[in-house]
Ligand binder design. Structure first.
Ligand SMILES: *[C@@H]1O[C@H](CO)[C@@H](O)[C@H](O)[C@H]1NC(C)=O
Ligand SMILES: *[C@@H]1O[C@H](CO)[C@@H](O)[C@H](O)[C@H]1NC(C)=O
Ligand SMILES: *[C@@H]1O[C@H](CO)[C@@H](O)[C@H](O)[C@H]1NC(C)=O
Ligand SMILES: *[C@@H]1O[C@H](CO)[C@@H](O)[C@H](O)[C@H]1NC(C)=O
Ligand SMILES: *[C@@H]1O[C@H](CO)[C@@H](O)[C@H](O)[C@H]1NC(C)=O
Ligand SMILES: *[C@@H]1O[C@H](CO)[C@@H](O)[C@H](O)[C@H]1NC(C)=O
Ligand SMILES: *[C@@H]1O[C@H](CO)[C@@H](O)[C@H](O)[C@H]1NC(C)=O
Ligand SMILES: *[C@@H]1O[C@H](CO)[C@@H](O)[C@H](O)[C@H]1NC(C)=O
Ligand SMILES: [Cu+2]
Length: 571
């Protein structure tokens, strides 16, 4: 009980202090969240979603650089555990608050309250979402918006600031998805039923066969699924913080008739460039500047479309509403359908265009101490369909690595390190491989503290002929420099010569394009244990991830609240 009250007290003290001090350096922002299953109709189809304080997306965390966020999370799912990850927050000094079940903590048991406490040390656009099983796609997600310190000027100007989360949406429950993905023979979960913009989409109920549907279970007049409205005042300039938390889909977002200037990516200032539409992969965040400078007598569509997959749900729609037009008035035009789904060159070019902004460049170390090449493949292991990285399909341990390593809890996970490379000389990335001998393992990479590590993500053919997917990889606990992208097999002699060491953008999530490679560099200077994985929820669930441990001996005393499972019982 006292554990919970301390932050409240601190908050009160801090608030009182702020009445007397003219410039308070940092504040504590306290949130009380209850996570609960509720019936919602985000795309007009009623299903059980995981809501925070009755909402999906959950409440937006608004903070200033340097603030401490305290989230007191009550798990009211009744029969299900939970964990929430703070996506893009590096958790410097608080690796136990990363919220990654199996890596940084035990799951929060049904009925329990758990307190996350961490500092938002940099301004920018971040996210939070469930990191347990496949709960994210049940609706447990939201935005974190960290503003610059008072008096600090950003290198771009705008009148208003808006956050929009893009998502895809399945009608099947996460339980059905997990059961299908874990079944033999494999049952793919299929494409999502709709695309959501800020938690709202529109499923065409009349295509359902209705005999088993209760009255009103799919109701296109339900106000919960009326399109999201972005109201703008003619002549004003807007910063739109656009992020994606799709389960599966790569998206392209566009505001009809309006160009956008990209200025931020994953919390880093971007050398501005103008685009008509933006490709955004799950786990990425961008800020774009949009001017309300078009004919103000009408509304415009804001549209999200799936790219990189041949089959997809209909365009996701929101209304870009010019005040004082009626916010619900449909634009008189056909919504944008986005670029060709298979135009990899277009997406690659846009990825390459994202550079660090002049004046805000933190140059990468010019060399690295270690290069780890990660080839992703689809495999069958004992008849189960899995994703693997260098022939190892990742599984989460029962004892969180952070506790296992810090408390020396014996061999609670596979101690044999995973491979640093694959058989690059003989592996044809364009061929369907049998790959029958992949193994499942929870082994991890141990990084020398403060060493510089290069990661080469290498994409390949799936188990279908002539097919390679886009995978957005997300790193916990760090930002990395994006040194380069390419199509084909990475050439370890010549490609590093083309690395951008001048103004590479730093990100926490990056795509590896179909049949392509992506090269990253980061410094292993954040004591803790950090997941690095494909942000497609089904792919991570099927083994597409790795884990890095660094400087664990430097981690402070672990809170007992993260323990209670596996070998940590009784700790
Ligand atoms: C919904 O589906 C029905 C039946 O296929 C079709 O006639 C109708 O045009 C669709 N409505 C929309 C808004 O797409
Ligand atoms: C559909 O929703 C509208 C608006 O809330 C409501 O008036 C109507 O009764 C609902 N239809 C059914 C069948 O529940
Ligand atoms: C968008 O940018 C393109 C290329 O710079 C330009 O040709 C076009 O006129 C711009 N459109 C608007 C609406 O500003
Ligand atoms: C992309 O797909 C379209 C059909 O959706 C097809 O006509 C076209 O040839 C494809 N382009 C490439 C480069 O594969
Ligand atoms: C995985 O192992 C199989 C069997 O040993 C081998 O043929 C294949 O090349 C390996 N794949 C990778 C990606 O290393
Ligand atoms: C897979 O492993 C088994 C047992 O080690 C071996 O007999 C078989 O040749 C391997 N298959 C491939 C394709 O490497
Ligand atoms: C990390 O490495 C950098 C560059 O080599 C060095 O300046 C710094 O002192 C090191 N920090 C620690 C904590 O070892
Ligand atoms: C696969 O791609 C190759 C090369 O682009 C092409 O020759 C072949 O016909 C394709 N096969 C199928 C089944 O599409
Ligand atoms: Cu993936």
């Amino acid at each position: 009980m006292s554990l919970i009250k301390v932050p409240v007290l601190l908050f009160v003290l801090c608030f009182i202090a702020s009445l007397f001090a003219s410039h308070v350096e940092a504040r504590i922002r306290h949130y009380k969240w209850e996570v609960k299953y509720e019936y919602k109709s985000p795309d007009c189809y009623k299903k059980l979603v995981i809501a925070i304080n009755g909402r999906t997306p959950g409440p937006t965390i608004l903070a200033e650089q340097g603030d401490t966020i305290v989230v007191e999370l009550k798990n009211s799912l009744l029969t299900e555990n939970v964990a929430i990850h703070w996506h893009g927050i590096r958790q410097i000094g608080t690796p136990w608050s990363d919220g990654t079940e199996g890596v940084s903590q035990c799951p929060i048991l049904a009925g329990d309250t758990f307190t996350y406490k961490f500092v938002v040390d940099r301004p920018g656009t971040y996210l939070y979402h469930a990191h347990y099983g496949m709960q994210r796609e049940a609706g447990l997600y939201g935005s974190i918006r960290v503003s610059v310190r008072k008096g600090v000027k950003e290198p771009f100007a705008y009148d208003e600031d808006r956050s929009i989360i893009l998502n895809d949406w399945y009608h099947r429950s996460t339980y059905e998805q997990v059961a299908r993905l874990s079944s033999r023979p494999f049952q793919w979960v299929g494409e999502p039923q709709s695309l959501l913009i800020q938690g709202r989409g529109s499923f065409n109920c009349s295509i359902l066969s209705t005999p088993n549907l209760e009255a009103g279970a799919c109701n296109m007049s339900n106000p919960e699924c009326s399109p999201y409205v972005i109201t703008v005042v003619p002549g004003k300039t807007y910063r739109l913080r656009i992020s994606s938390l799709t389960s599966l889909s790569a998206l392209n977002f566009e505001i009809e008739g309006h160009n956008m200037t990209v200025v931020e990516a994953d919390g880093h200032n971007v050398e501005p460039f103008v685009i008509k539409n933006i490709n955004i992969y799950s786990g990425e965040t961008y800020s774009v500047i949009v001017k309300a400078d078009q004919d103000p007598s009408r509304n415009y569509w804001a549209a999200s479309n799936v790219v990189s997959r041949p089959l997809h749900p209909p365009t996701g729609l929101a209304i870009f509403n010019y005040y004082p037009n009626h916010p619900k008035k449909s634009p008189p035009t056909t919504p944008p359908t986005g670029p060709l789904w298979n135009d990899t060159g277009y997406r690659l070019a846009q990825s390459n265009a994202i550079k660090a902004r002049q004046g805000y460049i933190l140059p990468p170390p010019v060399t690295s101490d270690r290069v780890i090449t990660l080839l992703n493949t689809q495999n069958e292991i004992n008849g189960y369909r899995r994703w693997a990285v260098n022939n190892v399909s990742f599984t989460l341990p029962h004892t969180p690595y952070l506790v296992a390593l810090k408390e020396n809890l014996g061999h609670s996970f596979d101690q044999k390190p995973p491979p640093e490379n694959y058989d690059a000389a003989n592996y044809d990335i364009y061929q369907v491989q049998k790959n029958v001998n992949a193994t499942s393992s929870n082994s991890i990479y141990r990084l020398k503290f403060n060493s510089t590590v290069d990661i080469i993500l290498q994409n390949a053919n799936t188990m279908n002929i002539n097919n390679s997917e886009t995978h957005p990889w997300h790193l916990h606990g760090h930002d990395f420099w994006v040194l380069g992208y390419g199509i084909g097999k990475f050439d370890p002699i010549n490609d590093p010569k083309k690395y951008n060491l001048v103004n590479p953008i730093m990100k926490n999530t990056v795509a590896v394009h179909p049949f392509g490679w992506t090269a990253l560099r980061f410094v292993a200077d954040n004591p803790g244990v950090w997941a690095f994985h494909c942000h497609i929820e089904a792919h991570f669930y099927m083994g597409m991830g790795v884990v890095f441990a660094e400087g664990v001996e430097k981690v402070g005393k672990l809170p007992s609240s993260i323990m209670g499972c596996g070998a940590t019982k009784g700790h």
